[in-house]
Design a protein around this ligand. Structure first.
Ligand code: UDX
Length: 430
């Protein structure tokens, strides 16, 4: 099929490359000329395992990029994969989506036949029907449900495994309001259903599809926060939280994933999406207390780490190594990384912070230009009074003699990754 994708960020590029791999002809529309050029030259604008290979394989063939919306005219359906960042109050900023809907509407005014527009971005319930569709109608002069349809297809991919997650999903959620839209969505996703390992296909309403994405992320984020809450209780009683969480994960009703207790969740989705659905709920007069508590527990974990340090000494003037700056291992993304509030708290307490991360240092330098960074964990530990572990990079499990170079061998482990050894004043956050 002929498909167009507006937006070539994380989701848009992955979607474009994977659709090409599934045999579709894909055109990716973006306003950024550099990204368009890079894609056409066969290079992915983001780093994601397997993505470069796909882009290189299909660029100039089944995958092309353009800044020209008119290239959408030859396609059967358009996926909107634009960013929906947070406003101050946590609600989502729809400006990029609105601009794309206007531009798409204007383009569709020139189209003779039917077109399907699918929201891929994470948007709060009713956005596709009440914001996107009317803007397309207004700009195109066409009627939704007749000359064009809207649909919603949320994406559940994780950073670091985006291609793998897209090509082998647990579920494919298709939201639409007309049979015609469902038929087209079925046709688009048929090659994926055939290739993937028996994914569930959920056909549902548009606002349900929008909500499923938030419910999914809210549930996972809350699961981690509940694990952290329980782990904090365990700590008060000298109970090994990891043994407890591993045991409860064996109950198939609970499941073992997303029970790794520690410093909490960061990244581009969980914090933004929990804030957005809380703000959306409040806008309708409902106070989501449990979800707010999940956010509160998450905010509290980095501060608990500082408390453990202060139990040993006043951090003012002390040299403290923060090991791990990215929001999770395997990425240089620092968005909402738990290392950020941790470093903030350390700086507030007057500590001298030394940061180390295998790949995320340059990004963190933009956030904290004035702290010291090292190119190895060993260098960060040298003469440090304490090491706080914020991200579970595998290499931290292999640290050993490097701790001997510390001034005081205090290690506070926010991710239970460090291998304990004699001579360390080691404490796990949970
Ligand atoms: C997440 C969702 O998993 C994905 O479905 C959605 O599309 C986008 O958001 P991502 O942000 O890439 O994906 O990261 P994920 O691997 O889910 O981890 C999120 C955060 O939770 C990380 O900070 C991680 O360190 C933390 N986490 C995860 C825990 O603290 N404990 C766990 O058990 C699992």
């Amino acid at each position: 099929m002929e498909l167009s994708i507006v937006g070539s960020g994380y989701v848009g590029t992955t979607l474009a490359a994977c659709f090409a791999d599934l045999g579709h002809d894909v055109v990716n529309v973006d306003i950024d000329e550099d990204i368009v050029e890079s894609l056409n030259a066969g290079a992915a604008p983001i780093h994601e395992p397997g993505l470069d290979e796909l882009v290189e394989r299909y660029a100039g063939d089944r995958l092309r990029a353009t800044t020209d919306y008119d290239e959408i005219l030859d396609t059967d359906a358009t996926f909107l994969a634009l960013p929906t960042p947070s406003n101050e109050d946590g609600s989502i900023d729809l400006r990029a989506m609105q601009a794309a809907a206007d531009a798409l509407g204007e383009t569709l005014s020139k189209k003779d036949g039917y077109h399907l527009v699918v929201t891929k971005s994470t948007v709060t319930p009713t956005t596709t029907e009440e914001v996107i569709a009317p803007r397309i109608e207004e700009a195109s002069g066409k009627t939704v449900g007749e000359e064009f349809d809207v649909g919603m297809n949320p994406e559940f991919l994780r950073e670091g495994t985006a291609v793998e997650d897209f090509l082998d999903p647990d579920k494919i959620v298709l939201g639409a309001n007309t049979d015609r839209a469902f038929d087209l969505l079925d046709e688009i996703f048929a090659p994926l259903v055939e290739r993937a390992d028996d994914p569930a296909v959920v056909r549902t309403g548009i606002r349900e599809a929008e909500m499923i994405k938030y419910a999914n992320n809210a549930f996972l984020a809350s699961k981690i926060s509940l694990a952290n809450d329980l782990a904090n209780i365990c700590k008060e009683f000298g109970v090994d939280s990891y043994e407890v969480l591993e045991a409860i994960g064996l109950d198939s009703r609970i499941g073992s994933s997303f029970l790794a207790a520690g410093l909490g969740w960061g990244g581009s989705c969980f914090p933004k999406d929990t804030a957005a659905i809380i703000a959306a709920a409040r806008s309708r007069g409902y106070e989501p207390r449990l979800l707010q508590a999940a956010v509160d527990v998450n905010d509290q974990q980095p501060l608990r780490m500082l408390d453990l340090l202060e139990d040993r000494f006043d951090p003012a003037g002390k040299r403290v190594a923060v090991l791990g700056l990215s929001f999770k291992p395997g990425t240089d993304d620092i968005r909402e990384s738990r290392a950020i509030p941790l470093i903030d708290a350390l700086l507030d307490a007057g500590a001298t912070v030394v940061g180390y991360d295998p790949v995320a240092t340059d990004n963190m330098r933009e956030k904290f230009p004035d702290i010291e960074y090292t190119s190895t964990a060993a260098a960060a530990l040298e003469d440090a009074d304490a090491a706080l572990v914020a991200t579970d990079w595998d290499e931290f499990a292999a640290l050993d003699d490097e701790f001997d170079e510390m001034r005081e061998r205090v290690v506070i482990d926010g991710r239970r990754i460090v291998t304990r050894r004699d001579g360390l004043d080691y404490e796990s956050l949970v």
